[in-house]
Design a protein around this ligand. Structure first.
Ligand SMILES: *[C@@H]1O[C@H](CO)[C@@H](O)[C@H](O)[C@H]1NC(C)=O
Ligand SMILES: *[C@@H]1O[C@H](CO)[C@@H](O)[C@H](O)[C@H]1NC(C)=O
Length: 199
């Protein structure tokens, strides 16, 4: 009976292809780790500097902070999201993790500049290990009516095959109409990605 249970246990592990501590030495590589960064489990102090801590689900954030709902645009999950207050920032594989890259799958985003705010262009750059760069520009609509709370929503977007094998993703926001300053931040939530650790 015990041996049957053990057999079932190990075959279940194999079927799920779970990344185990010795999976690389056992030949189970590359290792893929799927993550959704929701930011809800991170500490937040009102009025303080709340950086997303290093290696949060395997990635490093520059300029992005933890942000809590304030009645304007609701987070997708829980009551927290991440905000680059000046509108630009990076999300990267840490320098120490040379064997890793990540595939960006999907996230929710909003430009946060208050009411009214003009149509916003979110420029994105994906940096790959070979030095190549992929680029995309997202649009977040202008917000005019101003009957909030909770009138406005983050928008969703998905990423295709060209956004795989990344070292870093950079973001910057600007007015869509004339490229001018938005005087606002970039809010992201439920960032879905997979980290690949090569053999
Ligand atoms: C983002 O990364 C690029 C390339 O590493 C760097 O030049 C840029 O300064 C970074 N931007 C921020 C806001 O950290
Ligand atoms: C995008 O965001 C705007 C502003 O909050 C909202 O009105 C619109 O419904 C959103 N669109 C989608 C498809 O989520």
């Amino acid at each position: 009976m015990i041996s049957l249970l053990l057999t079932l246990f190990f075959s279940a592990c194999n079927a799920l292809d779970l990344p185990t501590a010795d999976s690389t030495s056992a030949g189970y590589c590359p290792v893929y780790e799927y993550n959704v960064a929701r930011y809800d489990n991170l500490p937040f102090w009102e009025g303080a500097y709340n950086p997303v801590p290093p290696f949060y689900y395997g990635l490093s954030y520059s300029t992005f902070q933890v942000d809590r709902d304030d009645g304007f645009i609701r987070a997708i999950s829980g009551n927290q999201a991440t905000m680059a207050f000046g509108g630009s920032g990076n999300i990267s594989i840490p320098d120490s993790a040379s064997k890793q890259t990540f595939d960006l799958h999907r996230f929710y985003y909003a430009c946060v500049a208050g009411i009214p705010q003009p149509e916003c262009a979110v420029s994105m750059w994906g940096f790959k290990p070979d030095g190549s760069i992929v680029r995309r520009v997202l649009t977040f609509p202008s917000l005019w009516s101003g009957i909030y709370p909770w009138e406005f929503y983050m928008n969703a977007t998905e990423f295709g095959a060209e956004w795989q094998g990344l070292k870093s993703v950079g973001f910057s926001i600007a007015r869509r109409d004339n490229g001018g300053d938005m005087y606002g931040g970039l809010l992201l939530d439920d960032v879905e990605y997979s980290i690949t650790t090569a053999c």
